[in-house]
Design a protein around this ligand. Sequence first.
Ligand SMILES: [Zn+2]
Length: 149
Amino acid sequence: MVVDDIPISGSAHWNGSAWLIVLNRRHRAPRQRFALAHEFKHVVDHTTHSFLYTGMPGMSAAEQAERAADYFAGCLLTPRRWLKRACSNGQRTPREIGRLFTVPVPVANTRLTQCGFAPRHRRRQRVLRIVVRTRLLRRCSRRRTRGTL
Ligand SMILES: [Zn+2]
């Protein structure tokens, strides 16, 4: 079902006899496709989510389920093998991949990184960002323990 006035991309509902996945009509096809795959994962996990997603340090069970649904949707819509073929044919930018697979550009970007097909400089930038962030967090926690913050 595709509707106009929902504030989210999609949602899944059990109506007593069947699952209903509602998508936002105002969103473009790539986002609708991603939302459909994401919600489908919630439907698939419906009976098992309580023991699949129990939470972990720094992440609630609900957040874990959301990340799993995002990962599932990304894998379903941009399978690694097809992504590899596209990259070897010269389509390497997130925009090109997004257009080819009809997925949002950020999803294409994530899949390129997850599959190791992101250009080296982008992977390096991401690692650098993580290192800088970790150093900042360490510095902040040291200040906090000294009582300067
Ligand atoms: Zn969700």
